[in-house]
Design a protein around this ligand. Structure first.
Ligand SMILES: CC(C)=CCC/C(C)=C/CC/C(C)=C/CC/C(C)=C/[C@@H]1[C@@H](COP(=O)(O)OP(=O)(O)O)[C@]1(C)CC/C=C(\C)CC/C=C(\C)CCC=C(C)C
Length: 593
């Protein structure tokens, strides 16, 4: 049929590429353009001579009316387009399936890899060498094995090169981000090829093929071609991710990273010596991700929306905040609370107080002597040099305020310190408004360090407001859980209006009056959210969607609470946002950013 090859693209490859682009668009980062673009250029240049040889050797033929006509070195433009669109499709599958991964963690096997990885790399290299040699043998023998030989002898040396460079990294990655993005597009293109061969859009001339079919009329050579080329594409993407992970994970090797690492940085990363890798930092990052995953579904999901060093520093900031909160929260006496807060203040002083400011080694010595082993990495890797000090000090103040619920003097106000709405707002400013400021400080540092002061002030102010909004949602969600610990964050003045005391709430945290106050608190939360949300449009573009996703995921807890009829049992006292709704919230935030 006329122009049948072009129709194959119009019906099968372009629609899939368009669909994947739509799905991947919200998580697309300029780095992905660099990654895919580079791979398309390499694929095009590597395939051109080989493809041209097959066509000029009459291994591949096309009925004249099946192609539009223009050729490059004998290759129809539809075939040239296939190089591009196959690379694009498989790369997108890889990006989508790899997005949840935190690639720096997979650098852990770069030095002294586990035996499984070391052995796997050698075996993989052996297989690729054997396949290459078998291909050369088939070419030299000629006849039916020629086409298969040409595929093997062309594709697997490239595969051997990429696997030699990144084999440990590739073998450490989960199969969902290596095998799956190879298999899905391969099977899809097998089916497209089967249809095209069946329609005569293109043909593999007999005499150079074995005559075996994987299924239908799909020659085993064609099946091997798509499997081999998609393996090359995924290996190529993984090599890129390894270099990016090295650049982002090691500030001592790459102190300043632009929004998109330069080609020179990628080359430097390639030739960096694994002995230079700070694997203790990788272990610290792993601790931080473990803490994030264990403590907060909301922010754990949101973290994968971010990219590069901003993602790393947000995870490290979360880890510090959570650790500091837990040290104080888990104290068993007022003296222990005082001890931890004093040490945390001292830690901050060593970073920020000019008269006692210390170097990194002195700070690490202090961490080693003053904190337990499980706390050290969260303190050691806090990106303090790019964080404002005031919010960090105020965060600790908030934790001190929190501890009054557990350890207090005899006065009523000490036992329940949230006496009125102003105190509630102050508490929210301390434990959450500060967090918002710190997040925005990281975004500005990594995405737009040259941001005008006016816009910085606007974002900082809005982030404090948004932080309080999230804290109010947190309190509204945890009324029952907090009451079981003897904590009541609802202002005492609000309780009085409902004829309640804090003790009443501790004794009976469910019921109509408490529900009224939950709704009142949620109403305040959404007022603050409505005030701050529009200002998130001032966040630099590459962080805007992910940050809106993080905030909306949290506010969705408040929406779920509002939808629950009063008194409905909250799961373990906490509202939960169903996974599908959480994903829908994130996608809506990303597409709207
Ligand atoms: C994507 C990512 C990893 C972000 C990290 C955000 C971050 C650093 C959070 C730290 C949270 C934390 C442990 C703070 C200590 C005090 C505390 C517990 C605060 C409450 C958070 C809830 O955290 P938790 O781990 O308990 O989560 P779960 O409830 O268990 O799911 C708080 C509710 C406060 C959270 C406040 C923020 C994250 C700040 C929000 C504001 C912004 C992100 C700024 C938005 C920008 C503009 C311009 C409006």
């Amino acid at each position: 049929m006329a122009y049948d090859y072009a129709l194959v693209h119009l019906k099968y490859t372009i629609p899939l590429a368009a669909l994947l682009t739509l799905i991947a668009y919200p998580i697309f980062h300029r780095i992905h353009f660099l990654q895919i673009g580079s791979l398309i250029v390499v694929s095009f240049l590597a395939t051109l001579p080989w493809d041209s040889y097959l066509i000029r050797s009459n291994i591949w033929t096309y009925p004249p009316d099946a192609i539009i006509g223009p050729r490059l070195y004998g290759i129809p433009i539809e075939e040239l387009f296939f190089f591009v669109i196959q690379t694009y499709i498989t790369s997108l599958f890889y990006i989508l399936l790899s997005k949840p991964l935190f690639h720096p963690l997979y650098l852990s096997t770069q030095r002294n890899p586990p035996q499984r990885i070391a052995r796997g790399k050698v075996i993989g290299q052996g297989i690729l060498v054997a396949l290459t040699l078998y291909g050369v043998h088939q070419i030299r023998t000629g006849g039916p094995g020629t086409y298969l030989g040409l595929i093997l002898a062309w594709a697997f040396p490239f595969a051997l090169l990429t696997f030699t460079v990144a084999g440990r990294f590739i073998l450490t990655l989960p199969l969902t981000s290596t095998v799956v993005p190879i298999i899905i597009p391969t099977v899809y293109l097998w089916l497209v090829d089967e249809l095209a061969l069946g329609r005569g859009t293109w043909a593999i001339e007999s005499g150079t093929k074995l005559g075996w079919c994987l299924f239908g009329v799909l020659d085993i050579e064609e099946a091997t071609f798509f499997l081999a080329t998609n393996l090359l594409i995924v290996f190529g993407m993984a090599v890129f991710d390894q270099y990016l992970a090295i650049i982002f994970a090691f500030p001592h090797l790459f102190p300043k990273v632009p929004r998109s690492p330069t080609p020179l940085m990628l080359v430097q990363s390639r030739f960096s010596n694994t002995k230079q890798y700070d694997l203790e930092r990788i272990a610290g990052l792993s601790d931080a991700v473990t803490r994030l995953k264990a403590k907060s579904r909301s922010f754990y999901l949101a973290n994968s929306l971010f990219t590069g060093r901003l993602r790393i520093d947000l995870i490290l900031l979360y880890s510090f905040c959570r650790l500091a909160d837990d040290l104080v929260d888990d104290s068993t006496s007022r003296a222990e609370v005082k001890s931890w807060t004093t040490k945390l203040y001292k830690f901050l002083d060593l970073h920020y107080k000019s008269d006692i400011k210390a170097n990194k080694a002195r700070i690490n010595d202090y961490i080693d002597e003053a904190f337990p082993p499980e706390a050290k990495s969260a303190l050691k890797y806090l990106p303090a040099t790019i964080l404002p000090s005031q919010p960090l000090y105020q965060l600790i103040e908030g934790f001190e305020l929190d501890s009054q619920f557990s350890f207090h003097d005899s006065s009523e106000s000490a036992k329940f310190p949230i006496v009125d709405e102003d105190k509630l707002n102050y508490y929210g400013q301390c434990v959450a408004g500060t967090v918002g400021e710190l997040c925005v400080a990281l975004i500005i540092e990594h995405c737009e360090p040259e941001m005008p002061d006016e816009r910085k002030k606007m974002l900082m102010s809005a982030s404090r407001t948004m932080g309080v909004a999230l804290q109010y949602v947190n309190i509204a969600r945890d009324i029952v859980v907090d009451a079981e610990m003897g904590r009541v964050y609802l202002p005492t003045t609000w309780l009085k209006e409902e004829g309640l005391t804090p003790e009443d709430v501790v004794a009976h945290p469910r019921g109509k009056h408490v529900e009224n106050l939950r709704r009142r608190l949620l109403s305040e939360a959404f007022k603050l959210y409505d005030e701050a949300r529009p200002k998130m449009n001032g966040i630099p573009k590459e962080a805007r969607g992910p940050m809106i996703g993080a905030v909306e995921t949290y506010m969705e807890i408040g929406r779920v609470l509002r939808e629950l009829e009063g008194g409905v049992e909250l799961e373990r006292g906490k509202a939960t946002v169903p996974g599908g709704r959480r994903l829908k919230t994130v996608l809506k935030a990303l597409f709207s950013a």
